[in-house]
Design a protein around this ligand. Sequence first.
Ligand SMILES: [Zn+2]
Length: 180
Amino acid sequence: MKHQQFETWILLDTELNQEQQRNLQVHLNQCAQCNSLYRATQQIAHLFRTSPVPEPAPDFSYRWIARMDRVENRKNRLILGATLGGISLATILVLSSVGIQLRSTLVYFPQMMLEMVTLITKWIIFLNQLWDIFTPLFRVSIKLVSPVWLYSVGLSLSGITAAWMVAFFRSRTLQKELLP
Ligand SMILES: [Zn+2]
């Protein structure tokens, strides 16, 4: 049998019958080239068998996070749109009421509008940046912080608020008493 035939068997990992297997073994003992090729393919096969199979978990969690981000982006856009709509409506109402009272300032109206829009845009950008910073922070901290911690922080915050409110009203009643 020819050297080429054994080479093909080795490379294609062909299923061999008993006689063919015996022939291959005989040839491997005679031919150094086929012997090294055989050993190399065995090593590669061993490598494939023993190398860790890529776990589905990282890919899965990555996709899950990406999906969550998509949902969050949609929510962000909704909140931004609602805020922008509300502010625009309020601006139009305020400007129209001012416009009725000050008809002579109608000349400045476009500039006023422009300044108002600039101001609102800056605010929106600022709020959006805040949102961008706080949502990941919140998402991370909610995983790290235990519910007990969250409850205690919430309780202490409301406690501080209640104390501040009591102090505020006390000082006001004190002022009333001092200043008749
Ligand atoms: Zn050979």
